[in-house]
Design a protein around this ligand. Structure first.
Ligand code: FAD
Length: 240
């Protein structure tokens, strides 16, 4: 296994996106280590792929910003990379008066967050959008969409490979160890420690291991200290 500046553990959409953004912003030699032989074998390839347009998050929250901006960005990405994306919208259906009151709150938030919406006030209006839905009122958010989650992972993988990232599949990281102070600290920031990622195929020293084996993973190793490193904002290798 070759030595790389950054080893990203986990080749889901988060790990591959981190690889994409690192290669776009730096000259670092990046690798992604994925334990499965096929990408998209876990959450990223199996999710419903719904783009939530952000009507259900409080104004000025990061979730609201990421959802609204992220939905637009994901649609543009899918268009550019031929990832199937169905713009079907979503319906939030109220079946009683109490739920209908909550629709008004959602509508207010949608308005504040700049998310397109329409309030539907009859069964007939709801059924025009979804014949199988039943309720007394609904909020329709037309910007919601659903992407092909698996194809999205493949598109990211194609992109990062073309940008020079090495994607190792079938490489399960079993250990991340902190090496001695000063050892192999090439391109790491002053005073930082080198680390070694170990897989059954061998070990490799890396200044910057990034753990993106998903929040649900209980098996991805951590070293004694945090293995997640933030890329410094201005190392010499960062492109301006
Ligand atoms: C049923 C379901 C539905 C969802 N629906 C939606 C939705 O509609 N919209 C939405 O935005 N989000 C949805 N999500 C959430 C979304 O899928 C996740 O937030 C996202 O996929 C997480 O990506 P990830 O890269 O962190 O994780 P993963 O895709 O799980 O990737 C982690 C990768 O790390 C690898 N790995 C683990 N341990 C190691 C190791 N030791 N060494 C090497 N590799 C390792 C795994 O094999 C895996 O490929 C859904 C999730 C689920 C489960």
């Amino acid at each position: 296994m070759m030595r790389h500046d950054v080893d990203i553990v986990g080749g889901g959409c988060v790990g591959l996106s981190v690889a994409k953004h690192l290669t776009e912003r730096t000259d670092l030699d990046v690798a992604v280590l994925e334990k499965e032989h096929h990408l998209a074998s876990h959450q990223s390839g199996r999710s419903s792929g719904v783009l939530h347009p952000g009507f259900n998050y409080p104004l000025d929250s990061k979730k609201a910003r990421f959802a609204t901006e992220g939905t637009a960005q994901m649609k543009a990405y899918c268009e550019e990379h031929d990832v199937p994306c169905e713009e079907l919208g979503v319906l939030v259906v109220a079946t009683d008066d109490e739920e209908e009151t909550r629709l008004a709150d959602l509508a207010e938030q949608a308005e504040a967050n700049g998310v397109a919406y329409e309030l539907l006030d009859s069964r007939e209006a709801i059924r025009e959008h979804e014949p199988h839905a039943d309720g007394q009122a609904a909020l329709h958010a037309p910007e919601a969409a659903s992407v092909d989650a698996e194809q999205y992972v493949y598109a990211l993988a194609r992109e990062v490979r073309e940008a020079g990232v090495t994607v190792y599949t079938g490489y399960e990281v079993s250990q991340i160890e902190a090496a001695a102070e000063g050892a192999d600290s090439t391109r790491a920031t002053a005073g930082s420690r080198s680390r070694t990622s170990s897989t059954p195929q061998g070990s490799t020293p890396t200044p910057w291991p990034i753990r993106s084996a998903s929040a649900r993973s209980t098996k991805c190793p951590r070293s004694g200290e945090s293995t997640t490193r933030c890329v410094p904002s201005a190392p010499s290798s960062v492109k301006r």
